[in-house]
Design a protein around this ligand. Structure first.
Ligand code: F6P
Length: 326
């Protein structure tokens, strides 16, 4: 085997992947390795879109969201026959180490691939949803939260000018992390996430009292797993507030990577390459209680992700209708 190492991105892209690619190329060269890019995730692995990377490929990309090498959600990689083709492609380039930026589904696929092919990998948790068990932080979350903050701040400008209720829908799949942190840090009146069960109708008395004392617009942050339309209708029907829904959508996945995501990309990639060089063959690099540590996919996928209990407790105090300030 030559001293070749590859990187790929799988699943939803995040801001932070490009800074990770830059660090990957530079740190691989530092160790005398030849870095390779696999384009378009596992699809590119199967179709042999694998090419050597150099400094020119990563020049200037630290400022850009998305991923220069593309990503995909591959159905074919779930089939052993395609994984065998992917392994052969890597071998033909002399690559025996791979870094995967993605989610737990992508790592599960990689684990099978490792056992079949012997090609070592290290997974870097990357999803704006922040819903991977075993790590407190996934690459891209901070930038996504910054994008949401800017959007809500701007929506607040118009909400306050019109005496309206704005229902702002965030991404996150079935995880309320983005909605919860955004609601707290943007001063929203309502936060609806799957992890906290509450009935919007229970806010009625409290909000009526607040309106009587001068509240003249509302911001409600709702996770995409829940029904924004119902909430908007409730403001109109029950409080007589004109309401609007703003679905933030894919803008949450883009944008100039934050300082924190650039730093985390740098650290994740550095430790991932170090781990592969030390002989760790199938691990996921996690970040818990401010420390990096390595876990197996079984440890990561053992439980479904659970939102931080402290954050949930604070959120209950803030957002449960029973705690609403009259
Ligand atoms: O997992 C990241 C994510 O952005 C989710 O928050 C969202 O539900 C989903 O991907 C959207 O997927 P797609 O880009 O395929 O529409």
């Amino acid at each position: 085997m030559k001293n070749n190492i590859a990187i790929l991105c799988s699943g939803g892209d995040v801001s932070g992947m490009n800074p990770a690619l830059k660090r990957f190329v530079e740190y691989a060269f530092t160790h005398g390795m030849q870095p390779y890019f696999v384009h378009n995730g596992y699809e590119g692995l199967i179709d042999n879109h694998i090419a050597p990377a150099n400094y020119h490929d990563v020049a200037g990309i630290i400022t850009r969201g998305g991923t220069k090498i593309g990503s995909s959600r591959s159905m074919r990689f779930k089939e052993a026959s395609y994984r065998a083709i992917a392994a052969e492609n890597l071998r033909s380039h002399g690559i025996d180490k791979l870094i995967v930026l993605g989610g737990d589904g992508s790592f599960r696929g990689m684990e099978r691939f490792y056992h079949e092919s012997g090609i070592a990998f290290c997974g870097i948790p990357s999803t704006i949803d922040n819903d991977i068990n075993g790590t407190d932080y996934c690459l891209g979350v901070d930038t996504a939260l910054g994008v949401i903050k800017d959007a809500i701040d701007q929506i607040r400008d118009t909400a306050s000018s019109f005496r309206r209720a704005f229902v702002i829908e965030t991404m996150g799949r079935n995880c309320g992390y983005l909605a919860l942190v955004s609601a707290i840090t943007s001063g929203a009146e309502v936060c609806l996430i799957p992890e906290i069960s509450l009935d919007i109708h229970d806010y009625k008395g409290c909000f009526q009292s607040q309106i009587a004392k001068g509240r003249d617009y509302f911001i409600a942050v709702v996770s995409e797993a829940l029904n924004s339309a119902e909430v908007a209708q409730w403001f109109a029907d029950e409080l007589g507030f004109e309401s609007r829904i703003s679905v933030l959508g894919h803008i949450q996945r883009g944008g100039n990577p934050s300082v924190y995501d650039r730093l985390m990309a740098y650290k994740f990639v550095t430790y991932a390459i170090d781990a592969l060089l030390e002989g760790k063959s199938h691990s996921i690099i996690c970040y818990t209680q401010s420390h990096f540590n390595f876990k197996t996919i079984d440890e990561v996928a053992l439980h479904p992700y659970q939102l931080d209990q402290e954050l949930l407790t604070l959120a209950r105090e803030q957002f449960l209708p029973s705690h609403c300030q009259m």
